[in-house]
Design a protein around this ligand. Structure first.
Ligand SMILES: Nc1ncnc2c1ncn2[C@@H]1O[C@H](COP(=O)(O)OP(=O)(O)OP(=O)(O)O)[C@@H](O)[C@H]1O
Length: 622
């Protein structure tokens, strides 16, 4: 193959071009299986070891039986009834062989069943353990990773591995079993004539290479199509889900979505069909070559039997061995290339595990100051979202004093949420630094730092959980502390909402599950704000989760927030100036920079953007 892709040719990403290089994943995968359940893995391996030698043993006894029968038939003046045969002791050997073959048949059935059982248990264990590993690893990664589309593709592929590739365990173990069986059969053949094996292998190699090639092609296609497949999933979800049904109906979007789905899946189909057709064609050619090899060997065996060099038992043993070997080798080679293909897919899973977070705790973190003494200082902080040209915030310098409530105002896109994310170390600044009591945020333990903060974002998560759990997520370790949950609910005004629900605090909210009750936008916000109180953190941040509250509720929520944040450091973001003016100081952001900072009165007196926006809103109410 040349290095320039031909028209229509699908190329693997560079790192995956070595078709068999992916087999390096087999070992880590087996380790994963072992970790999922050592006992089951051992049992599965042992059972296969036993089962591996059964076929050749059974065939051998078959040969002995036939030779014995032929010998007995050829006896002159032999007994004429079965009973006489038996009594004369002539049938002893025959009976022994029969009993042995019968025993092997039973053993084969039993081990077969047991293997099925252990495999299904093992793959279940593996599916659970790798899903858990995936979630655990995802939890360590940065927000930035999740917002990166390439990462989303990789996560998507990795997620598929945890459920889709688990047949690989059984496949690998089966291959080991088949290899042992092949070796035993081959041993038998070699005894008669080593050339038989060479003939067999030569006939099979083309099929093997063909399979491997097409598997690599299929994977490559799949790989390149991950973004499109995610889009397909997204369209399917958008076209038929509770979250979108409202707008899809009002705007009459279903036809548009369906057409887009059809268009995308059509190109999938065409590409898959091309590979499937080629595979079928070449597969047919290669199988024929295998059949030719088999019949050449068969002719040789028959010839040797006719000339008396082989017995009838040998003939049956050899021809059956040859047939079985061919099927086995064929299966083995195909499954070997399927394994190579599956191992390619595993690259995604292991690749995902290799993604390391950038935002991590230092080796020797400094202890977090409790309580905070001086507060936070932003020193010339600049941050740009990955891939973005524009700085979201830049040359940002200000102080958030311990114990003060600071309001952030600014037009859409001014950088308010970004500032909050930087403070919670969801991102690290690209320029400058953020200090807490004089130490860079990067010097603290990340979990400790986040543990001291309670942030409610404007796009807070509406968990499809009970009302009480929806509040408890603020401090999940206190989930069973009903008094704390109720107190938080009372403070955020969520209590009135929850007591009105059919099952009160135990009411499932959200429409995803049975008996779920949907809340209004403002009601959801009251529940979400309760999380901040539930958290009881030293630094409280409300990033505009009050937009859907009616004016009276927002006023009341902020009044309580002000009371509650007495002695705590707090940030609140709102577009409503009636709430904003309650803060000790107000920071006006514009284009990612600090435009002004001061009290409500100071800013009004200064007559800048704040005064202008304030006037605009006030005029609207007059
Ligand atoms: N995840 C993201 N990836 C890339 N760019 C982003 C991301 N989030 C925000 N931005 C960009 O960063 C800038 C600041 O956004 P930010 O969300 O901080 O504004 P905001 O002041 O909170 O706005 P709003 O009042 O609308 O909530 C905007 O230009 C926005 O387009």
């Amino acid at each position: 193959m040349t290095d320039t892709p031909q028209k229509g040719e699908v190329r693997l990403p560079k790192s995956l071009r070595g078709r068999f290089a992916a087999l390096r994943n087999v070992w880590p995968f087996l380790k994963l299986v072992w970790q999922a359940s050592p006992t089951l893995t051992l049992i599965a391996a042992l059972l296969r070891l036993i089962r591996a030698v059964l076929p050749v043993a059974a065939l051998w006894f078959g040969k002995l039986i036939i030779d014995e029968v032929v010998r007995l038939i050829g006896m002159e003046n032999g007994p004429d009834t079965m009973l006489n045969w038996w009594q004369a002791g002539y049938a002893d050997a025959l009976l022994l062989y029969l009993a042995a073959e019968f025993g092997l048949a039973i053993l084969s059935d039993v081990t077969g069943r047991l293997i099925g059982l252990t495999d299904s248990l093992l793959s279940e264990r593996l599916s659970v353990s790798s899903s858990i590993k995936l979630m655990e690893h995802a939890a360590t990664l940065d927000l930035e990773d999740f917002e990166d589309t390439e990462f989303q593709d990789q996560l998507d592929r990795a997620r598929r591995q945890t459920s889709g590739r688990m047949t690989l365990t059984g496949q690998l173990l089966n291959q080991m079993q088949d290899i042992i069986t092949v070796l035993t059969f081959a041993g038998g053949l070699v005894v008669y004539n080593p050339w038989l094996i060479v003939l067999l292998i030569l006939a099979l190699i083309p099929a093997f290479l063909g399979e491997t090639y097409f598997n690599a092609q299929t994977y490559s296609l799949d790989y390149q199509r991950t973004p499109a497949r995610r889009e397909l999933d997204y369209i399917r979800q958008t076209a038929a889900s509770v979250d979108t049904a409202k707008e899809v109906k009002i705007f009459g979007l279903s036809r548009f979505l369906i057409d887009r789905y059809r268009f995308l899946s059509e190109s999938f189909f065409k590409a898959n069909r091309r590979i499937a057709e080629q595979r079928a064609l070449w597969g047919g050619v290669f199988t024929t070559i295998g059949t030719v090899g088999y019949y050449l060997a068969y002719v040789w065996i028959i010839g040797r039997t006719l000339t008396g060099q082989l017995t009838i038992g040998d003939l049956t043993f050899l021809s059956a061995s040859f047939r079985r070997l061919r099927t086995l080798l064929e299966g083995l080679l195909t499954s070997f290339s399927t394994t190579a293909a599956q191992a390619l897919y595993l690259d995604d899973l292991f690749g995902f595990f290799k993604v390391a977070p950038e935002i991590a705790s230092p080796e020797n973190p400094v202890p977090l100051p409790v309580p905070i003494k001086s507060g936070f200082v932003f020193e010339d902080v600049g941050f740009r979202y990955p891939g973005a040209e524009k700085w979201a915030v830049r040359h940002l310098s200000f102080e958030l004093q311990a114990g003060e409530t600071l309001a952030l105002v600014g037009e859409n896109g001014a950088g308010k949420t970004t500032l909050v994310k930087l403070l919670a170390r969801l991102y690290d600044p690209d320029e400058g630094r953020i200090l807490l009591d004089g130490r860079d945020l990067r010097e603290f333990d990340i979990d400790e730092l986040r543990g001291a903060m309670g942030v409610i974002f404007q796009d807070f998560v509406r968990f499809n959980l009970s009302a009480s759990d929806n509040i408890a997520v603020g401090r999940i370790s206190e989930r069973d502390n009903r008094a704390r949950i109720e107190e938080a609910a009372a403070r955020s005004l969520a209590a009135q909402v929850i007591t009105g629900l059919p099952a009160g605090y135990d009411q499932m909210i959200g429409k995803r599950f049975r008996n779920g009750v949907e809340l209004s936008g403002g009601e959801w916000q009251k529940v979400a704000i309760a999380r901040a109180y539930m958290r009881g953190a030293e630094v409280l941040i409300l990033d505009e989760p009050t937009a859907a509250l009616d004016a009276r509720s927002e006023y009341e929520v902020f009044l309580r927030f002000k009371e509650l944040s007495e002695g705590k450091t707090a940030i609140l973001i709102s577009h409503r100036f009636s709430s904003v003016r309650m803060a000790d100081r107000i920071l006006v952001l514009a284009n990612g920079r600090v435009e002004a900072i001061g009290t409500h009165e100071e800013l009004l007196a200064a007559g800048g953007r704040y005064a202008e926006l304030f006037e605009l809103q006030a005029a609207g109410y007059r």
